[in-house]
Write a protein that binds this ligand. Sequence first.
Ligand SMILES: O=P(O)(O)OC[C@H]1O[C@H](O[C@H]2O[C@H](CO)[C@@H](O)[C@H](O)[C@H]2O)[C@H](O)[C@@H](O)[C@@H]1O
Length: 393
Amino acid sequence: MDLKSSHISPVLTDPVPVNKSRLGMNSSLAPYNSQQDSSLSPGKASRSGSRKSMGGVDDVRSNGWLDAMMASSPPRKKGLKGSSAQVASIDDDTEDYYLWMLEYPSALDSFEKITNLAKDKKIAMFLDYDGTLSPIVDDPDRAFMSESMRRIVRNLAKYLPTAIISGRSRDKVFDLVKLTELYYAGSHGMDIIGPVSETLSKNHPNYVKSTDHQGKETTLFQPAREFLPIIDEVFRTLIEITKDIEGAKVENHKFCVSVHYRNVEENHWTTIGQRVHDILKDYPRLRSTHGRKVLEIRPVIDWNKGRAVEFLLESLGLTDRNDVLPIYIGDDKTDEDAFKVLRESHRGCGILVSSVRKESNAFYSLRDPNEVKKFLQLLVKWKRQQERRHGKK
Ligand SMILES: O=P(O)(O)OC[C@H]1O[C@H](O[C@H]2O[C@H](CO)[C@@H](O)[C@H](O)[C@H]2O)[C@H](O)[C@@H](O)[C@@H]1O
């Protein structure tokens, strides 16, 4: 992979004529504005040059934000509210779900098919965190993975290169996973700690030698470094503008910011959405994407979980090889970028974790983290058997 080419470098997207945003285009899709005052810090627009609300047209109710916010997570199971540790998703045991599974078959039922694909290949495993390794809960600070899940992931990493790719900051996700034998990509892939790769290090300015939690030599890749001050600034602003909204929570994930509304009364979702939307008019080089009851504010760079998968495969020396099968398991919209990369490059497979029907670029599905655990457990068992068969310990 040539890091000098635009294929891998996180090039900012091209500017689009201003009138597009005036036509009510969702600002989460609105591009970097080359007209911005270059004397400002990265991402910040001058007030006079900022995109203002266009008399109701540029309003979260009419531009699709509110719909996306409403649709961003399975509805709650009745009676779940209260405990912060309770799982907040529902099982949609309808006929519809089973019909949907014809298109996205269960990875458990298809296990043999998957391992047939993996025969004589090296699997590279990529795992999302929230909603995949840990259940979705009301309090993001209490989204713990179970000890049994941790044990299985640790075992898996003995046999396969395994990476966690999360929207959380790398440090936060490491604190939750606590496994030194994995690779980590935080901030939706904008903060990667991976193996040393001579080819990559020669070609990329954002690639620096580092040491991991065990003091082992690794490399750090942070394609959005220049955005650190602006992310900090927008984080503080978002805290300020949401402080009167009960239940709102803002998290700083170093290269991106999360604004949670899971615990906000539904009749205040428009307010929270509108305020975030309006603030982003001052930051044309930042955009928002929709996660599970969360708005994620991130730099407008051509980098996402899909690019992180490509990057890690390259760092592991596993790219452009027919004997590699990457598997990515994730539950969220941001994981779709990774599913898409695997689907479009005709290698590996995406597994969507969902208990409700969703359009996806994944090939298979698993209902919830419990099924993820069963799948990973089967994989460990299968790898063990394979190694025994091939005479390894
Ligand atoms: O890429 P991920 O590892 O899946 O991270 C995406 C977001 O996950 C967290 O929020 C989600 O999980 C919370 C805990 O279960 C839940 O309360 C919240 O509603 C979900 O959106 C994390 O807190 C976010 O910052 C991440 O962006």
